[in-house]
Design a protein around this ligand. Structure first.
Ligand code: GAP
Length: 447
């Protein structure tokens, strides 16, 4: 697909359409008319999302000696959010158009004097600060003492568990705590499909370092995180690392860079990497009365570690992988030689929902048992799809649209030669592989 087509609204519509048609993402509560900007991940979408999170966990926890995991609670008491500053200042400036009554985030308007909905000029109300936290009550009595909040980020779970992890994990700075999980923000203007929603998943890591090393680790994590996306197949032309201008920086941050992806509507954020200094641990130490510091025995000194935080969105990143992988091309109709166009998701095998599809050439009673046998051999190794209805060409197209890297076709020759046809998604080249070698052949290509 030409690069210019990657920034058109058509690409956005095509991907959203594909998501619904193939079972990646459904609008939530659809049979009740939907619930604004909430989405459910269907049979294929849930695999994609799990793969994104698994790839992140593998790179951030499994392949490192200096990062451990955590799964903190979603509900927490007001004290946490008072200390973090969220209750006081996790706000967006909100304006209403007096003409059409639509509501906007002031900082996201192209022109702060013109309503993008009705075109009215200077029709906005004064900006009001709107807190994005979801408030609820824990227990049967809905009074002030029972107030709790759904977390708007996973990060605070890592800060408030700093001492627990330090004491139990035998780690010392520099070390990190990583977490993947749901976060909730009452966004004023959710939109662009799953890009900005009120319920979403984050993948965050807090890396605690000696203060003197913070700049060096900040630069390290900026490069590492950029590389993660390119290693998983996002082209460098569609990805950039953008340092924040001074006026964008949070008051506690001495440096923040965003990893941005070229979405159909332009460059937008996938992840922020921030040098947060000692802001978080100091704030929680002050509010909780607990000492949140590290005693370096060798140097005989006590200090509050500084924090480098790479904070990514899992749902948003899954969408970027889909946008980057979407391709259309003219191909020979397989077996018939006529031209046709195909849609293919060129997803990295690690991200692809299914790694392999097992397809008996037909539903013939002789082919099905062998196909099931092949499926049984591959299932413990890879997430597999199995499909025995429709013409084989149409089934290949379906797997192309799901991004399945390999299709294994069981045909009548298989019954004679105990071999199958393996079709490569990207090249569409077919190879004959002996059943006895199939698992090793695919393992070499996929793992
Ligand atoms: N702890 C820092 C933090 O939460 P953030 O930039 O607000 O930083 C990190 O969020 C990432 O979470 C973003 O880069 C984005 O990928 C994702 N994210 C934030 N708000 C989101 C929303 N409403 N919908 C989907 N993803 C969101």
């Amino acid at each position: 697909m030409p690069d210019a087509a990657r920034t058109t609204p058509e690409l956005f519509d095509k991907v959203v359409n594909l998501c619904k048609r193939r079972g990646f993402v459904f609008p939530s509560a659809e049979i009740y008319g939907g619930f604004r900007s909430t989405y459910d991940y269907g049979p294929v979408g849930v695999l994609l999302l799990r793969n994104v999170k698994e790839a992140w966990w593998r790179s951030m926890v499994q392949l490192r000696h200096d990062v451990v995991g955590l799964d903190a609670s979603i509900l927490s008491p007001p004290a946490v959010w008072e200390a973090s500053g969220h209750l006081a200042s996790f706000t967006d400036p909100l304006v209403d158009c007096r003409n059409c009554r639509e509501r906007f985030r002031l900082d996201k308007l192209d022109d702060p004097d013109v309503c993008p909905n009705c075109g009215a000029k200077e029709s906005f109300t004064e900006a009001r600060q709107f807190n994005l936290m979801f408030k609820t009550h824990a227990g049967p009595v809905e009074n002030e003492g029972a107030v709790a909040y759904l977390r708007p980020e996973t990060a605070q779970g890592m800060f408030i568990n700093f001492k627990n992890v330090l004491e139990t994990s035998r780690k010392k700075p520099p070390f990190g705590i990583a977490q993947i999980g749901k976060s909730f923000r009452n966004e004023i203007t959710p939109g662009n499909f799953v890009f900005r929603t009120r319920e979403f998943e984050q993948m965050e890591m807090e890396f605690f370092v000696p203060p003197a090393e913070s700049q060096q680790w900040y630069e390290y994590w900026c490069q590492e995180r950029y590389r993660w996306y390119t290693d998983l197949g996002i082209a460098e032309e569609q990805l950039r690392l953008r340092p924040h201008d001074d006026d964008e920086l949070s008051h506690y941050s001495s440096g923040t860079s965003d990893v941005e992806f070229l979405f159909p509507w332009g460059w937008d954020e996938l992840e922020g990497i921030a040098n947060r200094g000692d802001f978080d641990l100091t704030a929680h130490a002050k509010h909780s009365g607990e000492k949140l510091e590290y005693f370096d025995q060798a140097a005989g000194e006590r200090y509050v570690p500084h924090v480098i935080e790479p904070a990514a969105g899992a749902t948003r990143t899954a969408m970027a992988f889909l946008m980057a992988a979407y391709d259309e091309e003219e191909v020979e109709r397989e077996g018939q030689g006529k031209g046709e166009s195909r849609v293919v998701l060129r997803l990295h095998p690690r991200i692809a929902p299914y790694k392999v599809a097992v397809l008996p050439l037909s539903k013939n009673e002789k082919l099905v048992p062998v196909s099931r046998e092949v499926l049984g051999t591959l299932q413990p190794l890879f997430m597999c799809d199995y499909d025995e209805t429709q013409a084989i060409g149409r089934r290949y197209r379906r797997q192309d649209e799901l991004g399945t890297p390999y299709c294994v076709t069981v045909d009548f020759e298989t019954l004679e030669d105990r071999a199958v046809t393996v079709r490569n998604r990207d090249s569409m080249v077919q190879e004959r592989v002996a059943l006895a070698d199939l698992a090793a052949y695919l393992t070499e290509k996929l793992v």
